[in-house]
Design a protein around this ligand. Sequence first.
Ligand code: PHE
Length: 340
Amino acid sequence: MIDKIKDHLQAVEQFDAQDPDAIEAFRIQYLGKKGILNDFFTAFKAVPSEDKKAYGQAVNLLKTKAQEKVDALKKQLEAKREEHGVYGDLTRPGQEIGIGSRHPISVVKDEIIRIFANIGFNVSEGPEIEDDWHNFTALNLPEYHPARDMQDTFFIQTDPEKILLRTHTSGVQVRYMENNTPPFRTISPGRVYRNEDISARSHCLFHQVEGLYVDKGVSFVDLKQTILYFVKQLFGKSKIRLRPSYFPFTEPSAEVDIYWGLETEADYRITKGTGWLEIMGCGMVDPNVLSNCKIDAEQYTGFAFGMGIERIAMLLYQIEDIRMFYENDIRFLRQFKSAF
Ligand code: PHE
């Protein structure tokens, strides 16, 4: 009997636990109503009288030790809680921080800005709500000019003055010309609006980057070379062609195609089997536009170009539906984490 108690004494001494459940289980095991000590006390009656004293002392010692153990472990636990009270357990692994990704439109826009900044273009911005002068009239599009129909416009107000959502960022360039003296090189990125049906190919809002370079002696050669440089940088392609076109604010005007190639099935599909893709409009700034902006058209010439960022992004990333850009589907956006 005494040996058994001694074994328990040793076990009690060696016992260690950090969590409250384990400590409570230990307490119940020894000190509980049906615990080990209770059994020893019950057995007391049967102990021969000459052994009663030693037995009694041993059981009492075991009881004291068990109680002391429980108290000590609880104290230890309490101390630990206080230590971590404010911050929790500092050794626990942290919670993962969800890192977002930049929107593909921003990614492509910034890349276009970077490419033009390298050849001296600064960035100019202007209001999305425009007046008639900056969006149309100053750009050689007087009232009743048929080309106004090329850009279906959202009007905010028509009387007494026409106020509208800008249909292109060319108005920013008008402001820039009005407020600066040449030479200058500037690009104007921004959101534009057109009253068009929403489909996989077109939307009522999209983004543009337009560029303008005005100086003495700027020629069509400069325009072509600038665009070639840009195309090489952004797409890594080096074949372009300029097709004659019409814009009221440029003369002559052209549409720029890049040679995309016909290597894959997708190439056939997106270039409609021609290998060529239209990417922007451009031209020499019409002298009327320069004069409207108080720039001497006898002294200065300039070129301008404009492109849709969505279109460029769709080509770069093979996105088939323009609506993807505005739906903010996290599965779509996540794919651009490492873009550029
Ligand atoms: N402003 C034109 C558009 O929105 C683009 C353009 C800009 C074309 C400059 C030629 C020169 O379609």
